[in-house]
Design a protein around this ligand. Structure first.
Ligand code: SF4
Ligand code: FES
Length: 243
């Protein structure tokens, strides 16, 4: 769509002027300007989902999700105050205790967006009581494993499988705390589904829930994507093939 210069607008983001075009969200405009707002369920290749709430920003005294809130002329967006970072930390702490995120034993450590965003917000401890849910690891597929312990229900694999791969391998079942990822196959196992290593869904997980087999620890811990630079500078792990 051709957009005339006169239809552009701008808003203030942590004191910086950010241009936007009609239809862009706050997240769209900020990322396009080379700035950063933490996010987990958002991926610029997919329609906004608005479920993780880690992208919370302050606008006019309210807290809104930057990935779904439309950019508007003259708005003042706060993404760095202690209040906003504190809200994000609380959301992240809940995500950490709802699953079993054993970072030192995870192949994705150092290239995991959940871990990297936690560092970005200054989260040092989970604060809440761990749920320690009993969840499985599904190693039935020849090329990929899925570790349900690490799933944060961002639904990126659900959207990728449905919208890019045309397969609907993944879905979400249950409500609230009982929500969980399910696989569409006769047995419910990944190996009995139509999932393939070449699927878009195989390469969008922001955490260590969907991982390739046969290539563990190729990059030493300490030299991985977010070990080298903070997520605010390098962005999404899915955009870095060799992360
Ligand atoms: Fe998101 Fe990964 Fe869970 Fe799929 S497996 S919902 S991509 S965290
Ligand atoms: Fe905006 Fe998840 S990134 S709600």
């Amino acid at each position: 769509m051709k957009v005339s210069l006169s239809s552009r607008g701008s808003f203030r983001f942590d004191g910086k002027e950010i241009p936007f075009t009609p239809g862009q969200t706050i997240m769209d405009a900020v990322l396009a300007a080379g700035e950063y707002i933490p996010h987990l369920c958002h991926n610029p290749e997919f329609a906004p989902h608005g479920s993780c709430r880690v992208c919370v920003v302050g606008v006019g005294g309210r807290q809104v999700s930057a990935c779904t809130a439309p950019a508007a002329e003259g708005m003042v967006v706060d993404s760095s105050s202690e209040e906003i970072q504190g809200t994000r930390r609380a959301i992240l702490q809940m995500l950490f205790v709802e699953g079993n995120h054993i970072c030192p034993a995870c192949e994705k450590s150092g290239a995991c967006q959940l871990q990297a965003v936690a560092y970005y917000t200054g989260m040092l401890a989970p604060h809440f009581t761990h749920f320690f849910p009993r969840r499985e690891v599904d190693a039935s597929h020849p090329d990929f494993i899925i570790d349900f312990n690490r799933c944060i229900l961002c639904e990126l694999c659900v959207r990728a499988s449905r919208d890019w791969d045309g397969k609907r391998v993944f879905g979400i079942s249950g409500r609230g705390l009982a929500s969980h990822l399910v696989i569409d196959s006769p047995t419910g196992r990944l190996g009995d589904s139509s999932f393939a290593a070449t699927d878009k869904a195989a390469h969008v997980c922001p955490v260590g829930a969907i991982l390739p087999k046969h290539r563990g620890y190729e990059v030493p811990i300490g030299e991985r994507l977010y070990d080298r630079e903070p997520i605010s500078l390098v962005g999404d792990v899915a955009a870095h093939e060799e992360a």
